[in-house]
Design a protein around this ligand. Structure first.
Ligand code: KIV
Length: 266
């Protein structure tokens, strides 16, 4: 398959072809998603809660993101790889933002970075984009703002919030973002934003009118425990499948059945 570039992502919106994105954090999943011809792979800072076992994304470091992005980049051939900028890697100054975005491109091999926020991060987006690093924005429910939001809740229901999100979307486009994630906002608001801006919108819990969709791969695979947000569709229950395989192995070892002759060296 042909390598996906930032130009293709814009072209998909212009042609009305839906854009697909999934998260990955390691080489094997990246290899599988790439073979499925997903358009974009996001190395999300959801790494923190999904893979590293933290309560939220706040403890994720730049070194964590670099390491996992490197693994994903090794596993993909065609997909466009976007790496999340973790909490406090871009909020402190445009200089810090640029240096850290540069690490994700130079050391880790990402092709774009993602930052959370709207009007408030427009100067950061501008600084990174001016260094020729494609930036994806992320508005609505922004997990790095969990303490300000008072939890993970739908954003943009009240009129004032709604207007703020429209202003955020316009600000990130104006600052030079190549695309924007809309997380957990009413479908009708996501549709309006998608109409009003010319860069692609990628929805998660934002309805079907977005230009594309993203989900966390562990949620899709049934590997994220009992908590399941309303917007997640679980396509398979891998937890049960893995449990069965591990239990079968344990039983066979305990019963002296594994390794059988075919697995033994002569
Ligand atoms: O970190 C992440 O996985 C994300 C997606 C949920 C969009 O930001």
């Amino acid at each position: 398959m042909k390598k996906i570039t930032v130009l293709d992502v814009q072209r998909f919106k212009d042609e009305g072809r839906k854009i697909t994105m999934l998260t990955a954090y390691d080489v094997q999943i990246a290899r599988i998603l790439d073979a499925c011809e997903v358009d974009m792979i996001l190395v999300g800072d959801s790494l923190g809660n999904v893979v590293l076992g933290f309560e939220n994304t706040l403890p994720v470091s730049m070194d964590d993101m670099v390491r996992h992005t490197q693994a994903v980049v090794r596993g993909r051939a065609s997909a466009f790889v976007v790496a999340d900028m973790p909490f406090m890697s871009y909020q402190t100054s445009c200089e810090d933002a640029l240096r850290n975005a540069g690490r994700l491109i130079k050391e880790a091999g990402a092709e774009a970075v993602k930052v959370e926020g709207g009007v408030n991060v427009a100067p950061v987006i501008r600084a990174i984009a001016q260094a020729d690093i494609p930036v994806m924005a992320h508005i609505g429910l922004t997990p790095q703002s969990v303490h300000r939001m008072g939890g993970f809740r739908v954003q943009g229901r009240a009129e004032q919030q709604r207007q703020k999100l429209i202003a955020d979307a316009m600000a990130v486009e104006e600052a030079g973002a190549f695309s924007v994630v809309l997380e957990c906002i009413p479908s009708e608001l996501a549709a309006e934003i998608t109409q009003r801006i010319s860069i692609p919108t990628i929805g998660i819990g934002a309805g079907r009118e977005c230009d594309g969709q993203v989900l966390v791969i562990n949620d899709v695979l049934g590997l994220s425990g009992p908590f399941r947000p309303k917007f997640v569709k679980q396509y398979v229950q891998l937890e049960d499948i893995i449990k069965k395989a591990a239990c079968d192995y344990i039983e066979e070892v305990r019963g002296g059945l594994f390794p059988g002759d075919e697995y033994c060296m002569k």
